[in-house]
Ligand binder design. Sequence first.
Ligand code: NAD
Ligand code: TYD
Length: 339
Amino acid sequence: MTRTLLVTGGAGFIGSNFIHMIVEDRPDWKVVNFDALTYAGNLENLASLESNPNVTFVQGDCAEPDDVQRGFDACGDGPVSVIHFAAESHVDRSILGGLPFVRANVLGTQVMLDAARARKTERFVHVSTDEVYGSLGATGFFTEETDLDPSSPYSASKAGSDMLVQAAHRTHGFETLTTRCSNNYGPYQFPEKLIPLIIANAREDKPLPVYGDGMQIRDWLYVRDHCEAILTVLEKGTSGEVYNIGGHNEYPNIDIVKAILSALDKPESLITYVKDRPGHDRRYAIDASKIERELGWKPRWTFEQALPATIEWYLANDEWSQGVRSGAYRDYLKTQYGS
Ligand code: NAD
Ligand code: TYD
């Protein structure tokens, strides 16, 4: 079936990888990329698709109903589904100030839901995160039944958006699907997040900031696997359901940092333990058996393949890395890590 997708946040990390995948795997589909182009949004991520007639761009803010209307207008009159990636996404920035997160993630999601219902869209896929579940102890996994227990303004605002999506389904019978994925890595990730930050600093022999004891555990998934899972949920998911996405790939942060140092042949003396993140979640781990059992999705990339491929990508795309590390980004680094 030919489809038109309104992809919010398509100029960001996962959204741009998703659009590249759609162009490859569903070449007759149309995509309207609706993005505010915040510091994290970068049209360079989609430069190779500039002349593709199936991909159009509308600059706008999800929290502004008039902007969102322009986004839907660009989709034409046929059937449309929404993939809602747009969000403020960085925990450390949310600790510095929560308001932009409430605006983009909570208000932005409600504006999108209202406009999508009015437009009678087919399906609304809400891209959420495992961080809404809070922190695990040494054992156990997040399932779709785990209570929401967010720790940061980021994860609290995502939990709020998840509740609004649930309400749109229960109250209005609107076709929604919610995904909750673990930490992603891969090309086009803004270098404020752990893996691209460590690659960028290590290359330049700068200190590698490791929060607290470095023993916090994240469950890493290659971004392409996440994108394939979202497409699977769009095409096969049951309306109103939540699907956890993950690949059973848990590592303490310090192991990730050491693996990158080893791949780049850099010394461990660059590791610099810094003050811990307030409210730092100790461990995330996803039970993704529902999406595997019900929809037949499975990750295709192992960490042993995808981490080196990711490092290679950053080495080969130095211009991209330099471009996104603009003046504003340097100001953020100063606020976050000091001199
Ligand atoms: P990102 O920060 O790289 O990109 C976010 C994009 O949204 C940017 O292009 C930005 O310009 C845009 N945006 C922000 N506010 C907007 C607004 N008000 N209106 C329109 N556009 C706006 O984020 P990401 O890492 O690609 O994450 C995308 C989604 O996936 C988010 O909803 C995030 O919560 C979720 N998620 C991320 C991860 C991860 O590891 N990165 C894991 C699970 C879920
Ligand atoms: P991050 O990439 O910000 O993702 P999230 O907080 O959403 O999981 O951080 C991943 C882990 O790495 C998290 O436990 C915090 C830690 N971390 C550091 O130790 N140093 C850093 O400079 C950054 C950015 C993160």
